[in-house]
Design a binder for this molecule. Structure first.
Ligand SMILES: NC(=O)c1ccc[n+]([C@@H]2O[C@H](COP(=O)([O-])OP(=O)(O)OC[C@H]3O[C@@H](n4cnc5c(N)ncnc54)[C@H](OP(=O)(O)O)[C@@H]3O)[C@@H](O)[C@H]2O)c1
Length: 273
């Protein structure tokens, strides 16, 4: 599995696994943790969760998936904006650590910007880092102006990114690349909606003997510094997604995708799911 380097040199796998809607009863929790375990075995060892997913239930599924193999996993979780205060951050982190049944989170993100001053949240993250409860901290759904206001120390920015939602290519992605800040692409297969019906992706997929989902994932991974986190609770999807890491898209493939999904020509506001 290719790796992406955080600014301190720590390596994180470029292809990981999302967990939104896990633990909410769509499938038995055991099937979901088994799917994540299969993904870990296939090299998708970065797992992304959040305290708000299923009101903590997703973190519990992740704990089951990590059972007996915590050290193999690069664990990402997120604090909700309403908990982003000096007192709220460490309390939320403790609750997450308890649900995750671990003593540390590798990357702890502010889920989106709320009312708490950014400096207060950043300082709370740094206290947690000093205490060894988190290894790195970062943000999610932040555009350039928010990142500039935030200042140094932020290890990653997690944002919506797939061929249908590529506004970040205008200035956010270049900004993050220039600052050696990995971008984590969320909803890379467009939540299995219209994106996977796209004729353009289908044509590229046919050339590679692949699926549209695999092409969408390979597309997010085509540039260095991007981490992609598809969510799959179906084992067949997990296996398919892991294999996407081996695909290399050609210039003709990328041109076909650009023709169907135009790259941004001006600033657009950052979309958030
Ligand atoms: N920071 C944020 O604000 C934010 C927002 C959204 C998401 N996220 C994170 O990013 C992760 C991924 O985003 P997402 O869950 O919104 O969307 P996604 O990963 O684009 O799509 C997930 C959906 O696609 C299906 N799927 C996965 N692989 C497939 C494949 N190979 N073929 C066909 N269908 C496939 C899944 O089905 P099955 O489950 O049935 O396999 C699921 O229904 C989340 O789980 C979460 O961890 C973060």
């Amino acid at each position: 599995m290719n790796a992406v380097q955080l600014s301190d040199g720590t390596a994180a796998p470029a292809l990981g696994q999302g967990t939104w809607r896990m633990g909410e009863g769509g499938r038995p929790a055991r099937a979901e943790s088994d799917a994540l375990r299969r993904g870990i075995d296939l090299g998708m060892t970065l797992i992304d969760t959040a305290e708000i997913y299923g009101d903590g239930a997703s973190e519990r599924v992740v704990a089951d998936a990590m059972e007996g193999q915590r050290d193999r996993v690069f664990l990402v979780s997120k604090v909700a904006p309403q908990n982003a205060t000096a007192r709220g951050v460490p309390a939320a982190c403790e609750r997450s650590l308890e649900r995750l049944r671990t003593d540390r989170i590798d990357l702890y993100l502010l889920h989106w910007r709320g009312r708490t001053p950014l400096a207060e949240t950043a300082e709370a993250f740094e206290r947690l880092q000093e205490a060894g409860k988190i290894r790195h901290w970062g943000v999610s759904n932040f555009d350039v102006a928010d990142l500039e206001e935030l200042g140094p120390g932020c290890a990653a920015n997690q944002v919506l990114y797939n061929p249908e939602a590529r506004a970040i290519e205008f200035d956010l992605l270049p900004w993050c690349t220039a600052h050696r800040m990995p971008v984590m692409a969320y909803s890379p297969v467009g939540q299995a909606g219209s994106l996977l019906q796209s004729g353009a992706l289908g044509a590229v997929a046919a050339r590679h003997g692949a699926t549209a989902a695999q092409i969408a994932i390979a597309w997010t991974l085509r540039q260095p510094g991007v981490i992609s986190i598809p969510k799959a609770s179906d084992i067949a999807h997990v296996e398919e997604n892991a294999a996407a890491a081996q695909l290399t898209l050609t210039k003709a493939d990328l041109a076909g995708i650009d023709a169907a999904f135009r790259p941004p020509r001006r600033k657009q506001s950052l979309e958030m799911l």
